[in-house]
Design a protein around this ligand. Structure first.
Ligand SMILES: Nc1nc2c(ncn2[C@@H]2O[C@H](COP(=O)(O)OP(=O)(O)OP(=O)(O)O)[C@@H](O)[C@H]2O)c(=O)[nH]1
Ligand SMILES: [Mg+2]
Length: 437
């Protein structure tokens, strides 16, 4: 894993991950730990952490859960459980402990001191995956910003650590000034990154304005990571977006158009969500997540092949993130993807008689037509039927109408073209002059 994975003292000066210094990941064997409140035997959460670790190239050597209301504020686990943990590390020959929650710097430090192996948290793992999967310039900026914010808090932790050690003359001064310098560098870099990202936001804004002028309905794919959003984008639009059986394959938004019944739509695919999505990422990825916020309709893509309990957790997490980024009220369709992996009984149970849910397979193409009809239906409510008479010399209006309303019912008469069309409510005013009733 990256230098996030090293002990805090080994992190680079400005807190970012130098790409060349990654350890060979496969040699890392992690013991995954978590605290669960009141649900004994519930290992859903650690199964997901193991999946995150697999994506980051780390083997999961074992798992350990402590049942308690709250993690211990100093050590995450209670003292007794910590002894068990130390024994378990030996037993399964782990060389790393990874915790399912974001650790306070103090918890991380105490755990490392007691266990004698590096201790990482969920946020560090997710940030590491993002760093590895970011390819575009803006994606890299966003990840670097999130990493710096995460590490800035840890530098503070390191500082208090040194302060405690630094009893003698001379130890305190250089330690303090070094940490202060590091923190100032990190803050300067954070400010510079935020400025650059505002530039990215502005250019996306311009593109969006152009799109909204054309009044093409916009649909956004949202969903848990690995639900099949990118595969679905490819199936619907014929785009060649990258797909992969790993978490957070997609980080950059992609928009493609498709036509259904003569009407054009835009479909946007973007970064996936996860339970306990690190707030540093939500913050840094604001510009990217905005693509979802501004859509007219959100397709909430769900991996229907997941066991019901983890599917419910995933759906809840998506609802939460959508609310957090301000898309809570956007009209939504739930799409159960990967139905090719279900048997008949499961299909029945999941899909029959459920309104607002469409079952599809982005791989076999099953259900895609029904999905497109459902999208059309969702937009139909926002369309106004109009009877128009457009004079021949207003050909420009006719082609504009065609672009907006798709295939038209038209009849050529002596004074012009009689047209019946469904027009988005926001654009009705442009054609009112030609309305015949
Ligand atoms: N069997 C089956 N597999 C699917 C289907 N749709 C997607 N997959 C697989 O699921 C995995 C994830 O697909 P992606 O399209 O990358 O998922 P995503 O939601 O874009 O994931 P992130 O970008 O990581 O958030 C890939 O291995 C796909 O081949 C489907 O309908 N059926
Ligand atoms: Mg994707």
């Amino acid at each position: 894993m990256s230098s996030n994975g090293a002990s805090p003292a080994q992190r680079s000066d400005n807190g970012t991950v130098p790409a060349g210094e990654r350890n060979p990941r496969a040699r890392q064997r992690a013991l995954a730990i978590g605290v669960v409140a009141g649900r004994p035997g519930d290992d859903i959460e650690l199964a997901e952490l193991a999946e995150l670790l697999r994506t980051a190239g780390v083997a999961t050597a074992g798992t350990m859960v402590q049942q308690r209301e709250q993690p211990d504020p100093d050590r995450y686990f209670g003292r007794g459980k910590l002894k068990e943990l130390a024994a378990e590390i030996k037993r399964c020959d782990a060389n790393l402990v990874v915790c399912d929650d974001e650790l306070l710097p103090r918890q991380e430090r105490n755990l490392e001191a007691e266990l004698g192996v590096p201790v990482l948290d969920r946020t560090a793992v997710i940030l590491d995956i993002f760093a590895d999967h970011a390819h575009s310039a803006s994606g890299k900026l966003q990840v670097e910003l999130a990493q710096l914010e995460y590490n800035l808090a840890r530098m503070r932790g390191l500082w208090t650590h040194l302060e405690r050690l630094g009893a003698g003359i001379g130890t305190r001064g250089p330690g303090e000034s070094q940490i202060e310098t590091d923190r100032r560098l990190a803050r300067d870099r954070i400010a510079a990154l935020r400025r650059e990202l505002r530039g990215v936001e502005r250019s996306r804004e311009t593109m969006r304005k152009e799109r909204s002028r054309s009044a093409v309905p916009t649909v956004a794919l949202a969903g848990y990571t690995n639900a099949g959003k990118s595969t679905l984008l490819n199936a619907i639009t014929g785009a060649g977006v990258g797909v992969g059986d790993r978490l957070f394959h997609t980080l950059d938004p992609t928009t493609r158009s498709f036509e259904h019944d003569g009407r054009r739509y835009l479909l946007t695919d973007t970064v996936g969500f996860i339970r306990k999505l690190p707030h540093q990422l939500v913050d840094a990825f604001k510009a990217t997540l905005e693509e979802t916020t501004l859509a007219d309709l959100i397709l909430h893509v769900v991996d229907a092949s997941e066991p019901p309990a983890s599917r419910a957790v995933a759906m809840g997490a998506v609802d939460e993130v959508l609310a957090e980024i301000g898309a809570g009220d956007t009209p939504r369709l739930v799409v159960f993807n990967k139905v090719d992996l279900l048997d008949d009984e499961e299909r029945q149970r999941l899909l029959v008689g459920r309104r607002g849910i469409v079952g599809v397979s982005a791989v076999t193409g099953e259900g895609i037509d029904e999905l497109l009809d459902a999208i059309e239906e969702a937009f139909a409510a926002t369309l106004e039927p109009m009877d128009l008479l457009i004079p021949y010399e207003q050909g420009a209006s006719l082609s504009e109408l065609h672009a907006i309303a798709g295939d038209l019912d038209r009849e050529d008469g002596p004074d012009g073209v009689r047209v019946q069309a469904k027009v988005p409510r926001a654009l009705v005013h442009r054609f009112e002059a030609y309305a015949t009733r």
